[in-house]
Write a protein that binds this ligand. Structure first.
Ligand SMILES: [Zn+2]
Length: 466
């Protein structure tokens, strides 16, 4: 048996050659990938963000703007950011609309053919109530606004049932949602113009279950306000079948929701002062308010907690950003976006320079990458970092919208982007009683935190983007 050859001198020589002539840009890439790995390692090993989200969901719960819970969430996130090591934490005043759900909604189908069948409904956000006696009437099912308008005076005094399902053929469920959400947002206003008494809307979700989903409905400014509720996708199918058997059936629902005077509320802002450009800002945020039926776990407790976690990750890794990082808990995304408007207005008034804004408001699921809204030349520059996210599956950098709370900062010169995540389960929970902490996976949440922190880290130090 021959003795093994000694390769050591040759190996050492090759290593020396490699280190001497390896291009500098590759070394830089390696430094970046090491930094990215550190963010992921720290995030994945930590339970802090997950526990913070649990507190927000379980101890504070659903937090509609104007509610006592939203005020509690303001105070709690302020102290959380202080504990996390922000240099300054302050509240930014904003007047918010205040809608209340009132007593638990009731509804039933009343048919001479099928009898009386109770169904679960929830008032749409912003809806007026029926009053204590409730509202009963004959029902007309429609699937499109055009079909509604074609009915003309037939609509008068009826309850309109909008039953167009979300188009399931899209892989991106945000597109499915968009294919049906018009019924919820403007169905009541359109039906009211024709003299309808109320509306029932098929829940705007990609799920097929028995849970109604709420969300804002908007009336015409000078139009009549009529009560509006959502019904689950399964119950909508049952109701549609019953209507075919008995077109005369009557629907009853009772809601006591309505508007209260506007309330003073706050955006919560925590700053981590930049070393080189302290007066130039990187805004990272989510919205602190949520609908009241669940706990606002995915929408958008996750995005808020991930944004605070970015701050913790920088601190844990002893990294000081060059620009000042501002973590912002935006108030009132769900009803009128008054928080993000106030934030952008104050930024403009103070002539603040905003370098970058990153939003997380698509649920705390496995991140796929970023939707980036910047000019072409900058998109190409940012795209060079894509490769660094490949090992983590978060390397889809696409051109697209950033998010409802930060897009305005684009007009002020900021690069704006949104964290993009696996969207398949988001609308199962969105705006419903199912949006609770137990639906959030710690690892998925933290993959998002790490992706956000790494993205901010890389762009913060890139002079080519300034
Ligand atoms: Zn949201």
């Amino acid at each position: 048996m021959p003795l093994p050859m000694n390769h050591e001198p040759l190996k050492n020589f090759l290593l020396l050659l490699f280190c001497t002539f390896y291009p500098a840009w590759t070394i830089a890439q390696t430094d970046d990938s090491l930094a990215v790995a550190k963010f992921y390692n720290e995030a994945l090993a930590s339970h802090e963000a997950y526990e913070n989200l649990q507190y927000l969901c379980s101890n504070i719960g659903g937090r509609l703007c104007g509610s006592p819970q939203s005020a509690e969430a303001v105070g709690w996130t302020k102290s959380l950011m202080e504990r996390t090591g922000a240099d300054t934490v302050y509240l930014q005043e904003v007047m918010v609309p205040h809608w209340v759900r009132g007593e638990r909604e009731t509804a039933q189908i009343m048919s001479e053919v099928s009898g009386t069948i109770p169904v679960r409904v929830c008032a749409l956000g912003g809806s007026v109530g029926t009053g204590r006696v409730g509202l009963a009437g004959q029902m007309i099912e429609v699937s499109h606004m055009d079909a509604l308008r074609a009915l003309g005076s037939e609509v008068t005094g009826k309850i309109i049932f909008f039953n167009r399902p979300a188009d399931q053929r899209f892989v991106n469920t945000f597109r499915s949602y968009s294919s049906a959400v018009d019924q919820r947002v403007s169905g009541a206003a359109e039906a009211a113009l024709l003299g309808a008494a109320g509306v029932v809307v098929r829940a705007v979700t990609t799920a097929f279950d028995t849970v109604p989903h709420t969300g804002i409905t908007r009336y015409e400014k000078d139009g009549k306000n009529i009560p509006a509720v959502a019904i689950s996708t399964k119950d909508a199918d049952i109701l549609s079948d019953l209507l075919k058997k008995d077109p005369e059936l009557r629907f009853f629902f009772r809601t006591t929701c309505g508007w209260k005077p506007d309330e003073l509320s706050h955006n919560v802002i925590g700053e981590f002062r930049g070393s080189q450009f302290p007066d130039e800002f990187i805004t990272i945020g989510g919205h602190l308010d949520s609908w009241d039926l669940g706990e606002g776990a995915h929408d958008d407790g996750a995005g808020c907690i991930q944004s605070i976690e970015v701050l913790r990750l920088f601190k844990a890794l002893n990294i000081v950003p060059r620009h000042t990082i501002r973590v912002v808990m935006f108030m009132d995304e769900e009803i009128s976006q008054s928080g993000s408007k106030a934030y952008a207005e104050r930024a403009l008034e103070k002539k603040e320079k905003h370098f970058l804004a990153l939003e997380a408001d698509r649920g705390g699921f496995t991140p796929f990458g970023f939707s980036i809204d910047v000019p072409d030349s900058l998109f190409n520059l940012i795209s060079k970092y894509r490769v660094l996210f490949e090992p983590y599956g978060a390397d889809r950098f696409t051109r697209g919208g950033s998010g409802p709370d930060i897009w305005r900062l684009k007009e002020q010169g900021a690069l704006v982007a949104g964290l993009v995540v696996d969207s398949q389960r988001y609308f199962d929970y969105h705006h419903s009683a199912k949006d609770t902490f137990d639906k959030v996976n710690r690892r998925e949440l933290q993959l998002g935190s790490a992706a956000m922190a790494a993205f901010v880290y890389l762009l913060d130090k890139d002079d080519g983007l300034r």
